[in-house]
Design a protein around this ligand. Structure first.
Ligand code: HEC
Length: 179
């Protein structure tokens, strides 16, 4: 082996090693795996994930986490809003959900079930039923506005804290945020 090829081999190895380290440190650039138990709740798991990437991930991140941006954290938190009929309706009345360009209500229900059951992780209360197309069709008629949203969110977060033992930090955009 000449000095040059040895140097090249060393450089290639170093490159491969640092790439490996980069990938290990940056898992957020991948969509999460859809757990087998959740797959059975979704009509089309791959479409639901793609719809989230295309319509929502630009703001919320592929895994529903954007800390420290001034956005609510979805990852491991959104499920608490499935606590009461009112808080579950809130998720469908969000402006970006109710006014989504996805016109098909079954398809939007599937996307929201991906959001709740995949991104929401362990925050989903036991026994929670998935969203249905007719439920989406009904609730999206009552879209919240940015004015009504803040107070409604606080009211519903307090309800989930009281009734479903959601963490007190649900009142905030993310644990430790100042808003
Ligand atoms: C242009 C950026 C943007 C896009 C696109 C967007 N959102 Fe949001 N989302 C926000 C903001 C900002 C909020 C905070 C409430 C508000 O001001 O609307 C929010 C709030 C939420 C919340 C409430 C979380 C909480 O803790 O109260 C959920 C759930 C959510 N969005 C899901 C979605 C889904 C699903 C989509 C895609 C269909 C989507 N969002 C698209 C910016 C966005």
């Amino acid at each position: 082996m000449t000095f040059r090829t040895a140097l090249l081999a060393a450089a290639t190895l170093l490159c491969a090693l640092s790439l490996g380290a980069l990938q290990a440190a940056e898992p957020d650039n991948h969509s999460p795996e859809i757990p087998a138990g959740v797959r059975s709740l979704l009509a089309d798991p791959e479409l639901a994930q793609t719809d989230f990437i295309e319509n929502c991930a630009g703001c919320h991140g592929l895994r529903g986490t954007t800390v420290p941006a001034k956005l609510p954290e979805i990852k491991d938190r959104v499920g608490w809003f499935m606590c009461t009929p009112g808080s579950r309706a809130y998720l469908l009345r969000l402006p970006n959900v109710a006014h989504s360009r996805i016109a098909d209500n079954d398809q939007l229900a599937d996307l929201m079930n991906y959001v709740v059951f995949v991104l929401g992780g362990t925050s989903v209360p036991a026994g929670t039923k998935p969203f249905t197309g007719p439920e989406v069709a009904y609730e999206r008629q009552f879209a919240l506005t940015s004015i009504s949203l803040k107070a409604e969110r606080l009211r519903l977060a307090n309800e989930s804290i009281k009734k479903c033992r959601a963490p007190a930090s649900l009142r905030l955009q993310y644990p430790g945020s100042t808003q």
